[in-house]
Design a protein around this ligand. Structure first.
Ligand code: KIV
Ligand code: NA
Length: 265
C-alpha cells in the first residue's frame, strides 16, 4: 500500500468512491488490516472498553493513547492513522497542542476530538501548528455523563440543525475530516453533502463518504451490549482476514450499513 493521506480521501469524496476504516489498538491487527488494504485506521479511545474493560471512554489517558498509537503504527506504516485525544486532554487549546504533539510523535497523522462549535478555536490552533484535526459529532462518548447514556442524537429538527451548523463552523475553522456517530441517516446525508471535507459514519447510514467500525464489533467479540449498527462479519466468512475483506467490500458497494444497521430519524 502506498502511503494514504488526506489528499486521497478528498479525491475519493470527489469521485464518490467510498472507503472503509476500522479501529486498531495493537501491532498484529493493525498489520492484518493494512494487509487487507484498509486505508484508514483509528486508535480509538474506545480502547477504554475494548482493551481495558471499562464501561466508558472517560478513564482513558493520553499515556494510553500514546502507547497504543505507537504499536498500531508499527503494524501499519502506510495507513492514514488517526488517534483520539481522550477525555479532558483538550479542554484548552494549549492542552490540545501539548497532547496532540504526543500522539503525533507516537505515529498518528491526525487527531480526533469530540464536540461542536466550542472547538473552533482549538481546531484553528492545532491546524496552524501542523496538526490536522478530525471532528466527531453526534453521539460523542466522552460526554456520556452529560448525556446520561448512549442514545441516538439529532432526532429533533432543532438538534439536527444544530449539528449541521456545528459541522459547518468546524469545517470553516480548518477541520479536515469528520466522524458522525449514531445520527439518523437523513441527517448524515445532509451533513455529508453540505461539507467539502470527507465524512466518516458509524451508525449514520450509508450516505457518508466512509464508514468505521470498532474492530471487536466487526468480528463479533464485543462483550455485553452490542450496538444496532454493529455487524459481525466473521460468522459469514470464517476468518478474520476474510471478515475484513467482506466488511470493506460491503462498504465500497454501499450495502453496509443496511437499514437494519441504521437509524431512521
Ligand atoms: O473510539 C472510537 O472507537 C471511535 C469510533 C467509534 C469512531 O471514536
Ligand atoms: Na473515540
Amino acid at each position: 500500500m502506498k502511503p494514504i493521506t488526506l489528499k486521497n480521501l478528498r479525491q475519493w469524496k470527489l469521485e464518490g468512491k467510498k472507503f472503509a476504516s476500522l479501529t486498531a489498538y495493537d501491532y498484529s491487527f493493525a498489520r492484518l488490516f493494512a494487509e487487507q488494504g484498509i486505508p484508514v485506521l483509528l486508535v480509538g479511545d474506545s480502547l477504554g472498553m475494548t482493551i481495558q474493560g471499562h464501561d466508558s471512554t472517560v478513564p482513558v489517558t493520553v499515556d494510553d493513547m500514546v502507547y497504543h498509537t505507537r504499536h498500531v503504527r508499527q503494524g501499519a506504516p502506510n495507513v492514514l492513522l488517526l488517534a483520539d485525544l481522550p477525555f479532558m486532554s483538550y479542554a484548552t487549546k494549549e492542552q490540545a497542542g501539548h497532547n496532540a504533539a504526543r500522539v503525533m510523535q507516537a505515529g498518528a497523522n491526525m487527531v480526533k476530538i469530540e464536540g461542536g462549535a466550542w472547538l473552533a478555536d482549538t481546531i484553528r490552533y492545532l491546524t496552524e501548528r501542523a496538526v490536522p484535526v478530525c471532528g466527531h459529532l453526534g453521539l460523542t462518548p466522552q460526554s456520556v455523563n452529560i448525556f446520561g447514556g448512549y442514545q441516538v442524537q439529532g432526532k429533533t429538527e432543532e438538534h439536527a440543525d444544530q449539528l449541521l451548523s456545528d459541522a459547518l463552523t468546524l469545517e470553516a475553522a480548518g477541520m479536515q475530516l469528520l466522524v458522525l456517530e449514531c445520527i439518523p441517516l437523513s441527517l448524515a446525508k445532509r451533513i455529508t453533502e453540505a461539507l467539502s471535507i470527507p465524512v466518516i459514519g458509524i451508525g449514520a447510514g450509508t450516505q457518508t463518504d466512509g464508514q468505521i467500525l470498532v474492530m471487536q464489533d466487526m468480528i463479533g467479540i464485543t462483550s455485553g451490549y452490542v450496538p444496532k449498527f454493529a455487524k459481525n462479519f466473521l460468522t459469514e466468512t470464517g476468518s478474520i482476514a476474510a471478515a475484513v475483506e467482506e466488511y470493506q467490500r460491503q462498504v465500497l458497494a454501499g450495502t453496509f450499513p443496511s437499514l437494519e444497521h441504521s437509524f431512521k430519524g
